[in-house]
Design a protein around this ligand. Structure first.
Ligand SMILES: Cc1ncc(COP(=O)(O)O)c(C=O)c1O
Length: 391
């Protein structure tokens, strides 16, 4: 039998990540020690009280049933976290929805809110599921360029009126992946005005809310007046508490929109494993001392890598946030060729920028997921590679 995939799946991208993984494996088979800076999975452990809580409840055989939804204590823990970290008040019964990781919610967004023919505004470049969830639902994507000269903020005045008439939803993320830029309060206020004017549901992805460097403010979209009327905000325990594999996340904000997503989830899954929910509650209601140390460690990694790359004559902009460096590549290279040669010849795996959209061409994304010593070594290998290329 011939397996024929649907047109929608055929349109999906994502293969670049697979290509990077395959190339890395081939290089390893040839005996190359590859420093893998491609995947954004934290190498730090979760706090010990999180693993202890998980282990305690996992040992209880009565906790293996379907949970169906988040337990009320989880929603309260999210409200506590949001109040403490971002000065945002949320109603635990209607303004919090638990997810199996924020990816779970992002993947189902357009299925919940968008009909074929309707438009979703998506940044270019951006995290691939923003576009993919729209493709899956049969909606249309209108890319919003994120350009350095505009501080990587979309320019709403550039969006044509006929597109706005068909627009149902807009996705933004500050700080984002791969573009690590931050937005200020004025920008979020503008988003609220724009969304009200055109009746657009705003989706803000705040997955890197706790990886913000150099004392920059951590601004939740929900902290802006009117945001709950027009939008929702995704957040995650994956990067904040290093729980990426124990799948749990959440979305907060507009209660009507959350109810729709909740209904859809009810059809798709049967809830997060109870011990993971309890571990997440322990994390969200902890004293947060880990978070400051973690930020310092990521800052140190970023600075170590950039100092090493500078020695190679490759001067890369400092990320103000996230676990990534979004690096403009040296002149004369294309992203894929540069990234693949780095794997093959320098033993350093990074992701070519075009994996995140057309405007990612000319960049690579480097994940700070190795200790500073390994990042120093990666920079040194890149230096040698670039020197050889010059000769
Ligand atoms: C911007 C962004 N949003 C969401 C996610 C999904 O995270 P999770 O599903 O683990 O919460 C990621 C993962 O890398 C991400 O980079």
């Amino acid at each position: 039998m011939k397996i024929v995939v649907s047109n929608k799946i055929q349109k999906m991208t994502g293969s670049i990540f697979q290509e990077v993984a395959n190339r890395k494996r081939e290089a390893q088979k040839r005996g190359i020690d590859v420093i893998d800076l491609s995947v954004g999975s934290p190498d730090f452990p979760p706090p010990s009280f999180v693993t202890e809580t998980l282990a305690k409840y996992a040992a209880d055989p009565t906790k293996y049933g379907y949970t169906l939804t988040g337990i009320p204590e989880f929603n309260e823990a999210v409200c506590y976290f949001y109040k403490n970290r971002y000065s945002v008040n949320l109603d635990p019964s209607s303004e919090v929805l638990q997810l199996m990781g924020s990816q779970d919610g992002l993947a189902h967004l357009a299925t919940a809110f968008v009909n074929p023919g309707e438009v979703v505004l998506v940044p270019d470049p951006s995290y691939p599921i923003y576009e993919q969830n729209v493709t899956l639902a049969g909606g249309s994507v209108y890319p919003m360029p994120l350009l350095k000269e505009n501080r990587f903020l979309p320019q709403f005045d550039d969006i044509p009126e006929d597109i706005l008439q068909k627009t149902k939803m807009m996705i933004i993320s500050y700080p984002g992946n791969p573009v690590t830029a931050l937005a200020d309060k004025e920008f979020f206020e503008k988003v609220v005005r724009f969304a009200k004017l055109h009746n657009i549901l705003v989706v803000h992805d705040f997955a890197y809310s706790e990886l913000i460097f150099d004392g920059n403010p951590q601004i939740s979209f929900m902290s802006v007046p009117g945001a709950k009327e027009v939008g929702i905000e995704f957040n995650s325990l994956s990067k904040t508490f290093n729980m990426a594999g124990s799948r749990i996340g959440y979305v907060v904000g507009n209660s009507e929109a959350l109810a729709v997503l909740g209904t859809l989830k009810g059809l798709i899954d049967y809830g997060v494993f109870y011990p993971i929910q309890k571990a997440a509650i322990a994390a969200l209601t902890s004293d947060y001392s880990l978070l400051k140390k973690q930020v310092q460690e990521y800052e140190h990694r970023r600075d170590t890598l950039l100092a090493g790359l500078s020695k190679a004559g490759w001067h890369v902009a400092k990320s103000p946030a996230t676990m990534f460096v979004w690096a403009k590549i040296p002149n004369g290279w294309k992203s894929r060729k540069f990234a693949f040669e780095l794997i093959d010849r320098a033993g350093v795996a990074v992701v070519p920028g075009d994996a995140f959209g057309k405007l990612g061409e000319g960049y690579v994304r480097i994940a700070l997921v190795q200790p500073a010593g390994r990042l120093r070594e990666a920079a040194e290998r890149i230096r040698q590679f670039l020197c050889l290329k010059k000769e």
